[in-house]
Write a protein that binds this ligand. Structure first.
Ligand SMILES: *[C@@H]1O[C@H](CO)[C@@H](O)[C@H](O)[C@H]1NC(C)=O
Ligand SMILES: *[C@@H]1O[C@H](CO)[C@@H](O)[C@H](O)[C@H]1NC(C)=O
Length: 318
């Protein structure tokens, strides 16, 4: 919950990536309940996966990067963690990375995958994987910052061991919603509630980032379990980098990027298709299942922290 301060020391965020491919997996799935699943698989296989270097660059501790063919490994030891960022910034679309988290004893470590804009009023969509002692479940914490304000943590324990194999983690973002997905299953939706007077992140381009660092003051079992450095180095492995989003030149003003990245009469981005303005029925059921069986913390129901339920929690349908 405190993670942002931890991130401050990690060097700069980078930005991003390549423009993108028009087709998209998760969304293809939503088009047809039937064929969708099959189409989704095919698209994931062929589509947009890029080499690390095409989209990203190390942002700090380049000596803690290991390149092994298609795999990228980030290492955390008692000297340093490591992080990377996209070469470009983006607005709207979908970003996916496949990650195999630190195996064995990962207590005290945090591996993060997130998108963020810059500045005090930044927006941010976070996945943070909180390590655990051997055999105990990893916890995935997600958060959403809007105009510099976060405090929207949710936590879940996954339905698989994320350190055993690669799994895909995605952020889908359009003018209507931000969807966090694990292997294409939605685990969180942040809906546009501007009609209820709430701000929605839609006017700042965001970079894409990932990092691993030591957070044993808070990450594992509330900070009670410390990093055991005799088990270092702690290694997170990455592959399958995909960015299918509207690229925003850094030199261009925010409003112009927002215009460029919005669908209009002259162009239509796939993420603005009406079918993607909310989850489809199948995805809604998946989200209900995740919340019922895997969620271990939700700021929306933390009445000690929020005696008055946050407004978006009242309105979010899920
Ligand atoms: C880091 O760990 C290595 C290997 O265990 C050890 O030799 C070294 O002294 C440690 N360095 C620091 C700064 O703790
Ligand atoms: C670690 O494992 C403990 C015991 O099973 C669990 O309570 C906790 O939620 C897990 N995750 C973290 C980040 O501590």
């Amino acid at each position: 919950m405190i993670h942002h301060s931890h991130r401050a020391f990690q060097s700069g965020k980078l930005h991003c990536i390549l423009p993108s491919l028009p087709q998209n997996s998760a969304m293809a799935v939503s088009v047809s309940v039937f064929l969708g699943f099959f189409v989704g698989l095919v698209v994931v296989g062929l589509a947009s996966s890029k080499k690390f270097d095409e989209l990203f660059q190390p942002s700090w501790a380049t000596d803690h990067f290991l390149y092994e063919g298609e795999l990228l490994k980030l290492k955390l030891d008692n000297y340093s963690g490591a992080g990377f960022s996209s070469k470009s910034k983006y607005m709207f679309g979908k970003v996916t990375i496949q990650i195999k988290l630190v195996d064995g004893d990962s207590a005290g470590t945090v591996t993060a995958f997130y998108m963020s804009s810059d500045g005090p009023n930044h927006n941010e969509f976070d996945f943070e994987f909180l390590g655990n002692t051997t055999g105990e479940p990893y916890t995935v914490q997600t958060n959403v910052y809007v105009n510099g304000v976060g405090n929207r943590e949710q936590r879940l324990n996954l339905w698989f061991d994320p350190a055993k194999d690669f799994h895909s983690y995605s952020l889908f973002w359009n003018q209507r919603q931000v969807v966090f997905m694990v292997d294409e299953t939605p685990i969180r939706v942040h809906t546009n509630l501007e009609n209820k007077g709430l701000p929605f992140p839609k006017d700042q381009a965001m970079g894409v980032y990932s990092s691993i660092w030591n957070a044993d003051d808070w990450a594992t079992q509330g900070g009670r379990v410390k990093t055991d450095w005799t088990h270092a180095p702690f290694v997170a492995t990455y592959k399958g980098f995909e960015i299918d989003a509207c690229e925003c030149p850094v030199s261009v003003a925010g409003v112009d990027n927002a215009k460029k990245c919005s669908s209009g009469v002259d162009k239509r981005y796939w993420w603005d298709e009406p079918t993607l303005s909310e989850l489809n029925v199948h995805q809604s059921h998946q989200l209900v299942w995740v919340k019922a069986h895997h969620m271990v913390y939700d700021y929306c129901t933390d009445t000690a922290r929020f005696p008055v339920t946050p407004v978006e929690c009242v309105h979010h349908r899920h």
